[in-house]
Design a protein around this ligand. Structure first.
Ligand code: X2X
Length: 345
């Protein structure tokens, strides 16, 4: 008897609790997960990771919590190996990501387009590609490779830094051990310049700078400041603007198919809105005429070398054979479409 009334009370309490939960949060549509995993290389203290936070928050707000996204910075879902990220998205180990074209280029050779040395001279040139026909072609290729692309973001212009000396000429790079990531295109570029390139993940790179195992690297200034690379010996910056890596917002295709059309539309629009905001954050301090971010970096005790057009041209010339070789590998048609779009910007 006692046992039975206890059971009754417990059941009633459970029913009430369930009703309470249902009141606060409508039940998820069938097939929805309680949480989705978003992969990122860096956390929200970097403009790139901030883009992930903005996207996740917009989605949560606009779906009233139906789609709840957790950030996994440090590409932790693939144990820090950023060049395996795209495969993991395709396979469903990762539900969604904002990834650099560099990190996915081992799987999608056309993404090497953005790593072609000195292809994009300025921000307008990046926009001419990502916001135009070339961008559409690239999205079709990413889609075919197995993940659904939704929007563009930007890591930024990758400037050269090192611990040894100010670099003004290809000769100054001779013998410097430079950390690179991603595709063999980077090995070719730095070999052509007389440097000694070594491939390693971002996770491994930072201790390697600190210990002096490598002399230099190339990354956007927003990464330089957020990671405080001046504290790990990177005291010389050369603004050469040789390559910029866009970011692509993607979703795993099965995850996408599991959402209602209305929620798909919300996730897509949120990615576009977050991408726009993220690009503005990534360019802050660099797209103004006086580039105020460079003054801040110089104030950290860093030498900032700005090349004259003639000095820059020497780097262009030295890497031209690499450009020509990779034009064929990427596909001459795509590269020529990019060259035309940039010329017409
Ligand atoms: O590893 C890098 O250099 C980084 C953080 O820029 C990328 O993920 C491409």
């Amino acid at each position: 008897m006692l046992k039975r009334s206890f059971l009754k009370t417990t059941l009633a309490a459970a029913a009430l609790a369930a009703a309470g939960v249902a009141h606060a949060q409508a039940p998820l549509p069938p097939g929805y997960k309680a949480e989705y995993k978003m992969s990122l290389v860096v956390p929200p203290s970097f403009p790139w990771g901030k883009g992930g936070e903005i996207w996740a928050n917009l989605v949560k707000e606009r779906t009233q919590g139906r789609i709840n996204i957790k950030l996994y910075p440090g590409v932790s879902l693939v144990q820090g190996d950023q060049t395996r990220e795209f495969t993991a998205i395709r396979q469903g180990v990762i539900d969604m990501a904002i990834g650099s074209t560099i990190n996915w280029s081992p799987q999608i050779k056309e993404l090497n387009l953005f790593s072609m040395p000195f292809l994009m001279p300025d921000y307008k040139a990046i926009d001419a590609l990502t916001q135009g026909e070339v961008g559409k072609q690239i999205f079709a290729i990413v889609d075919k490779a197995g993940a659904l692309p939704l929007a563009w973001g930007e890591n930024g212009y990758r400037e050269l830094t090192n611990s040894k000396r100010a670099v003004r000429t290809p000769d100054d790079l001779k013998g410097l051990k430079i950390r690179i990531v991603g595709s063999p295109l980077f090995i070719d570029t730095f070999t052509a310049l007389g440097a000694n390139p070594t491939q390693m993940s971002w996770a491994d790179a930072q201790p390697a700078f600190a210990s002096g195992a490598v002399d230099g690297q190339e990354n956007p200034m927003s990464i330089f400041t957020a990671a405080k690379l001046h504290n790990v010996g990177q005291k010389h910056v050369t603004m050469w603007g040789y390559v910029a890596d866009p970011l692509i917002f993607v979703v795993n295709k099965e995850v996408w198919a599991s959402w209602t059309p209305a929620d798909q539309q919300i996730v897509r629009q949120a990615a576009i809105d977050a991408g726009k905001e993220q690009i503005a954050i990534a360019r802050k301090g660099l797209d103004e005429a006086d580039k105020p971010l460079l003054k801040e970096i110089a104030a950290l005790g860093v030498t900032v070398t700005q090349l004259t057009p003639a000095e820059r041209e020497a780097f262009v010339k030295a890497t031209r054979p690499v450009y020509d070789k990779w034009k064929a590998q990427i596909g001459a048609g795509l590269v020529e479409a990019a060259e035309k779009a940039i010329a017409a910007r």
